[in-house]
Ligand binder design. Structure first.
Ligand SMILES: [Zn+2]
Length: 230
């Protein structure tokens, strides 16, 4: 049996296009290069604004932002904002929760506005990792109230399978050895873990993988505690 996951072709990712320089500034620079004497009567910035306005009015230029692909502002603007995203709230009436957007003002490098701060992509990922660990704790409260036993990292093997697959995509378990001072997390995959999934099967795998990551974090915390207590 082949281990190639599917007989189909790999889908090609869509490539983004790079942001162009402001239209008006480029046209103004071209005009002034052709007609240098105009510089005595109009500044480059003013001519750029005139060109932009004329291009917008005549439909040569769409009102879309020319600086950033992600920007949702239209017309001439200095403050750039992407679409805002926020966490769902049950009744839709409360204050927005965990709002985030890409933003850039006065041509400074864009940042992610999140948690009342501005972050680089790496800093954003660090905050997200903290929030995911926090959500594990919230889920543990739900388990506690529902009478679900907490994970016992030292005693359990955690596995994740795709629907219809004969082998596990991943297993994880705490291992110990007299030859090693500290326990470790052993992870391994199995043969015949491949599967072709529809939407429901993919949803199921996503749920199972998320649960697997939560359990993997419990294993990680177990060996981290052993390391701290050695
Ligand atoms: Zn913009």
């Amino acid at each position: 049996m082949t281990t190639v996951p599917t007989g189909g072709h790999r889908a090609q990712p869509q490539t983004g296009h790079t942001a162009a320089a402001p239209f008006g500034a480029r046209v103004a620079a071209d005009i002034l290069a052709q007609m240098p004497h105009l510089a005595e009567r109009v500044t480059t910035d003013t001519l750029a604004a005139i060109c932009t306005r004329a291009a917008l009015q005549t439909g040569i230029l769409t009102a879309r932002c020319t600086m950033h692909d992600w920007c949702t502002e239209t017309g001439e603007h200095r403050d750039h904002y992407s679409t805002y995203v926020e966490a769902p709230t049950p009744d839709g009436l409360g204050d927005p929760v965990l709002m985030a957007a890409i933003m850039s003002s006065d041509d400074k490098p864009p940042t992610i506005g999140f948690l009342d701060d501005n972050f680089t992509p790496d800093q954003t990922r660090e905050r997200i990792a903290e929030l995911r660990a926090h959500l594990d704790q919230v889920e543990a409260l739900a388990d506690q109230l529902a009478g679900v036993a907490p994970p016992e990292p030292a005693a359990e093997t955690y596995s994740v399978h795709a629907r219809g697959a004969r082998g596990a995509l991943a297993n994880a378990e705490i291992f110990t050895s007299d030859a090693r001072p500290l326990p470790w997390v052993a992870v391994w995959g199995e043969p015949m873990a491949e599967a072709d999934l529809d939407v429901a099967g993919t949803d199921e795998l996503i749920r199972d993988l998320e649960q697997f990551v939560t359990r993997l974090r419990a294993l990680r915390n177990y060996i981290a505690a052993a390391e701290a207590n050695r």
